[in-house]
Design a protein around this ligand. Structure first.
Ligand SMILES: [Zn+2]
Length: 349
């Protein structure tokens, strides 16, 4: 406890009622003593947020950026945003635990680098942590998007109180993240949950990976915009966001595309549920924001394929953490590491 007090993680909140002896001192968690930064690098958007130890967002910036094409530019942009937000916060650098960065590809847990990736080829070998650390002076942790999505749900979202959770990123890049027995599960090389190239259709469209009928050819952003254009050539669907917006507005082609994506993804989710038997499944990203249009066919596909009583009733929920949930998860990674270190210090001091 003295270490926690010394580090300022807990603070005295006054005196409690006395039962005869010296009145006890009431201690409380000091939420704002430290901050953490979280970044999401999506294919075409950068999100940066600053949170306190309770996961409450204190500042957030979100801007379009050609992340996939320009790694150096994206990292320079993130550094500038973070430095600007530190200055605006008035917080001292030593009161910032670090910077968590979510990237949509597998991350090696040992080297924190991205191995070969078909869809972010320009990021291969880019020293994300070293570059951002040098530019900002902060400790930088890099992690896969779906993995931090799972962490955000377990700490602050639908998974609070549960030990085993599966998170599905239903975004431009589809992926799964796992929390098992309270810890994120990455696999040996950080590639667990890479469901984009699970084959869902033997005779499906050719995929960039060389296979046919991968999940991403059915539910990835490019697949969905292509499908929408084939259903309604008169309406422009330049990106996933336009499909989501038009589906909510009631456009038939967009609604059909969203429902088909829910059904295709649901078949994969059923396999994951059968394999892992989680407490619940949380689906994040833009597609679940269409509500029942996406979630009903997804749930129906899961129900049709989960016959064992133990898994048949697994709740499948849409994330309620909003569009910055992945950046929040990246910041949570930093908070978790900071608390772990402090508790270890406390145990051995
Ligand atoms: Zn593929």
């Amino acid at each position: 406890m003295t270490t926690l007090l010394r580090r300022g993680l807990v603070a005295e909140r006054g005196a409690g009622g006395s039962s005869g002896g010296r009145p006890p001192v009431i201690l409380g968690f000091d939420d704002d003593r430290y901050n953490a930064f979280g970044v999401e690098l999506d294919a075409d958007t950068i999100t940066v947020l600053r949170v306190n130890l309770r996961g409450e967002t204190l500042d957030v910036r979100r801007a379009p950026f050609a992340v996939a094409e320009d790694p150096d530019g994206a990292l320079a942009y993130v550094s500038a945003m973070v430095c600007d937000m530190i200055l605006a916060s008035g917080h001292l650098l030593e009161r910032i635990l670090g910077l968590g960065v979510a990237v949509p590809c597998p991350i090696d847990p040992v080297t924190a680098s991205a191995p070969a990736n078909l869809f972010l080829p320009r990021w291969q070998g880019v020293p994300v942590a070293a570059a951002l650390g040098a530019a900002t002076g902060l400790t930088v942790l890099v992690e896969n998007t779906a993995t931090v999505g799972a962490l955000a749900e377990q700490w602050w979202g639908a998974g609070v109180g549960g030990e085993d959770l599966v998170y599905i990123a239903a975004a431009g890049c589809v992926g799964a993240g796992f929390v098992f027995r309270g810890d994120v599960y990455r696999g040996v090389n950080g590639a667990a949950g890479e469901i984009a190239h699970l084959q869902v259709d033997d005779d499906g469209a050719p995929c960039a990976c060389g296979l046919r009928g991968c999940l991403v050819t059915r539910v990835g952003a490019r697949a969905l915009t292509g499908r929408a254009a084939s259903l309604d050539a008169a309406e422009p669907f330049p990106n996933l966001a336009s499909i989501v917006t038009r589906a909510i507005e009631g456009a038939p082609a967009a609604r059909r595309v969203v429902a088909e994506a829910g059904s295709a993804l649901g078949r994969c989710v059923a396999t994951i549920v059968n394999l892992t038997n989680p407490t619940l499944v949380v689906v994040g990203g833009p597609l679940p924001t269409t509500g029942a249009l996406f979630m009903d066919p997804l749930r129906a596909a899961v129900r049709e394929r989960t016959h064992i009583a133990a898994v048949a009733k697994t709740p499948v929920m849409a994330s309620a953490l909003g569009p910055t949930s992945v950046a929040l998860g990246a910041a949570t990674l930093v908070i978790a590491r900071g608390l772990e270190r402090t508790l270890l210090d406390a145990a051995f001091s």
